[in-house]
Design a protein around this ligand. Structure first.
Ligand code: FAD
Length: 377
């Protein structure tokens, strides 16, 4: 068979989601030739909370991709609601966007194509090869292969990087998510996180007439409509709203890998580990990893990428552990919520830390005063 790609590429990317496209854009900025293969048909959808935090929007802008006003719904901050208590804070800086994943994918893939990235859709990658990778059995030669194929990455297992998982096995950190869009005018310009006994529900305004609702729990059988029974306030907003999409499921997992590369193969985005979806920081982390990987592909210095990758995941992982602890311990959560409600500055401080704003000193002093208030509560 005559190959469609007789000449080797610099970079072959498995997966054309946010991680693959961001890496492709970053690599093109260094003049590398890049091909991306994805098994799906664009624009690619994926169950998601669909909140792009200000730090994520900034990371995307640093890659040269801006979100046009018409494609997203700007929101000002985060609101927590739990057992009758409410706490909210605005982001200290920047704009966050609620936006359909299909919009994000279209914007990113158009930008990648304009940068000269070769995009192969409906092209599932079936294996690695000493000279590149196999697309539906056909060899595509490349100097580097990037696994950007998401949480269930096959590249990760083909390259035997699964063996380098740190700490608790990922399947113990597994949670199940269900998401759907409702046709309703947003009742708020905050992203809401509703905490329940056994699940959490995100509500993100994604346009002037649509809200994305995503529920996360450890219970594989729990579905959105049943979960909503526990949240009368949210249910009231959605009661008469048409469903604008069908309910779709996904998994989310906390995973950390000691190694994110082997020989010529390197991982990025959810394939390289990640944080629980409750943080809403997955896209930001992915874009930052992609920017760093672009630099390291140019020099072939993957040891630098691995070191930087470890540093990038530290803060979101800490936030995820704190939020999962709150999810698990309802009495502590209620006490924390009371403190957040009565002391909006402490919630604002937590939000600043969440989106990477403020100094370490600010975070420590906020942590101490929160701890003190919790002891008094
Ligand atoms: C329920 C839920 C809610 C979330 N909410 C938020 C949120 O509000 N904000 C936020 O920032 N993050 C959120 N996240 C996290 C975010 O979705 C991920 O971090 C992000 O999608 C990672 O992008 P990725 O490109 O690494 O992986 P993916 O988006 O999973 O993309 C992987 C791509 O690889 C392709 N692929 C897989 N295997 C192959 C193969 N063999 N050959 C070719 N292609 C292949 C797939 O088709 C897919 O397009 C959420 C996640 C979940 C599960």
């Amino acid at each position: 068979m005559v190959s469609r790609f007789p000449n080797p590429w610099d970079v072959f990317i498995v997966g054309g989601g946010p991680g693959g496209l961001a890496t492709a854009i970053a690599a093109r900025r260094h003049g590398l030739s890049v091909v991306v293969a994805d098994g799906a048909v664009p624009p690619i959808d994926k169950p998601c909370g669909e909140g792009l935090m200000p730090d994520g929007a900034e990371a995307l802008r640093n890659l040269g991709v801006t979100i046009p006003e018409s494609e997203g719904y700007p929101f000002r901050g985060i609101r927590f609601l739990s057992g009758g208590a409410k706490a909210e804070a605005e982001f200290p800086r920047g704009t966050a966007y609620g936006m359909r994943r299909t919009n994000l994918h279209r914007i990113m893939s158009e930008h990648a194509a304009a940068c000269g990235v070769r995009l192969l859709w409906q092209s599932a990658v079936t294996g690695l090869h000493p000279e590149g990778a196999l697309v539906a059995g056909e060899l595509v030669r490349a100097r580097w292969v990037v696994g950007a194929d998401g949480t269930g990455s096959r590249v990760r297992s083909w390259a035997k990087l699964d063996q380098h998982e740190v700490g608790t096995a990922a399947n113990k950190n597994l949670r199940f998510a269900f998401q759907r869009h409702y046709r309703v005018a947003p009742w708020t310009d905050f992203m809401e996180l509703h905490w329940g006994r056994h699940c959490q529900i995100y509500a993100t305004p994604v346009s002037r007439e649509e809200v994305c609702v995503a529920m996360i729990s450890r219970n594989q059988k729990l579905r959105l409509e049943d979960a909503l029974q526990e949240f009368p306030e949210l249910r009231a907003h959605l009661e008469d709203a048409e469903h604008a999409s069908s309910e779709r499921g996904a998994i989310t997992v906390m995973r950390r890998l000691r190694r994110v590369y082997r020989d010529r193969t390197v991982l990025v985005g959810d394939a390289s580990g990640g944080v629980d979806a409750i943080t809403g920081e997955g896209l930001c982390l992915t874009f930052r990893e992609a920017a760093l990987l672009g630099d390291c592909l140019a020099t072939g210095d993957f040891a630098r990428y691995q070191k930087g990758h470890r540093a990038l995941i530290r803060r979101p992982a800490l936030m995820a552990r704190m939020m999962l602890f709150m999810a698990k311990h309802s009495r502590l959560r209620q006490r924390t919520m009371q403190v957040f409600q009565s002391s909006p500055r402490s919630f604002a401080g937590m939000l600043a830390m969440h989106v990477g704003e403020g100094s370490t000193r600010d975070h420590i002093s906020n942590g101490i005063s929160l701890g003190w208030e919790l002891l008094k509560a």
